[in-house]
Design a binder for this molecule. Sequence first.
Ligand code: DON
Length: 572
Amino acid sequence: MFKQIRKKDFKIAISAFSLLLFLFIACTNHQIGKENAPIYRNGMVVTANPLASKVGLEILKKGGNAVDAAVAVQFALAVVYPNAGNIGGGGFMVYRSSTGESNTLDFREKAPEAASKNMYLDSAGNPIANLSTEGHLAVGVPGSVAGMWQAHQKYGKLDWKDLIQPAIKLAKSGFKITQIQAEELNSEDSIFRVLNSGYGYLVNEKQWKKDDLLIQNDLVETLKLIQEQGRDGFYKGKTADLIADEMMRNKGLITKRDLVNYQAVWRKPLIGNYKGYKIIAMPPPSSGGVALLQLLGTLENYPLAKYPFHGDSSTQIFVEAERRAYADRATYLGDPDFYQAPIKNLLSKSYLKNRMNNFSFDKATPSSEILAGDFKGKESEQTTHFSITDKDGNAVAITTTLNGSFGAKVFVKGAGFLLNNEMDDFSVKPGTPNMYGLVGGEANAIQPNKRMLSSMTPTIVEKDGKLFMVVGSPGGSTIITTVLQTITNVIDYQMSIQKAVNVKRVHHQWLPDLIYIEKDALDSLTSQKLTHKGYKILERGNIGRCDAILLNKWGYYEGGADPRGDDSKMGY
Ligand code: DON
């Protein structure tokens, strides 16, 4: 009996101990995961795809700098993330060296030489459905390869060939597609077939399934040409011939001359300040930098942190600032080589202050109703942003795009890559919204060789003369407000970079006059208060997909990879 009791007690004691041990381990792990986000001393890569992040990390570990890693990532994304990563699109790079020198590179697409102002209008002057968004006429002259080549020429350390090799390897041996990728490819299947008469790239006789291996043999050959010949491997010779043939067969406009003439452009960064932080931003032809600095310049006049996060007052300040900045965007911004924007005026402190004179916390300021437009695009993120830092403290922010999902859905026959539909970012007719609901006028009208206005906002933030944050996002018109919120979440609301990226987002863009919110971004009382003041609120899918890096005060990199996608952060 005594023995039996002891045995039973012993068993109970063991079970209790095991339970306590389990709870202790669970709690400790939880705390490690939550409180101690991974930090890295030597370098960090945050991209939309783990395979691409790995490529970037390996280049850093081999002794490459942030620009080397960025070049390798751009080409890797063209393989593993074909709906946004690209060689047939364009983008922007913001760079800051370890010594504080900053620079920006504009590798945005251009209108072909044969483009004209009314090319998407019918004889009655109305936009022809889908002409600027699908098919060969929607394509701008691609800039990505020229951009990567120029970035590498100026700042690269490793051999160009070694930076293209990981992408070639991924295209040759293939990679397993995700469930989301399978669904996206299947949903585009019929349009791919219609626009690409019999060329089977990305088309599967059966349906695509998760874990199918995507091997891209034609792309391997194109990448090898780029590997051997640099930019000439794309803008001259076989690849250029294939692009020009593709256009000629299908009434597209891009010629070999357009291709050989394409140049990426180094532009002086747009510099601003926000509450003691220095903001290094992309100038036009991106609207991102101007709008971001306008927004920060306006918000600076309000003690944001005093208003509860996503309460009615803080939401009003953001929304009213955004309404005004997007109205300016529509009127004043376009390609600086064609149209001089009054940037100094737009960013002047007194202008921004006066702009809010008619704002009252009591009610919404209505947007003009004349030009109201609607989103017709899907709510998926078809641009991609990546942030990279290296062991010396150099930093790169790149946002790159085909514009819509799989761009114009046009493949270059024999070359194995997609072409962009960036022409839709022009204002095809004054007041007619583009696929992101954005309107424009003369500043962003189509002209031969002109760059279309963008919202891409790759940005680097400095504090006390040192690197502080590298940030950017896809999301069409919502890119600017996504970057804005990530910055203010950290600076004003003291969030960690991962939390700043995770939290729900809110967006307003002047027209349509709606506050877009992610599910549960605002609680119901806040929504009721705002509605009472005259705001219209519309819940939508994800807003942005932000990938960011922060250099913390102890000199370690922390990453924020957006949980809205497959985004991944890696460092060492
Ligand atoms: O340059 C721009 O502003 C657009 N082409 C970006 C498109 C985009 O972010 C698509 N992702 N949702």
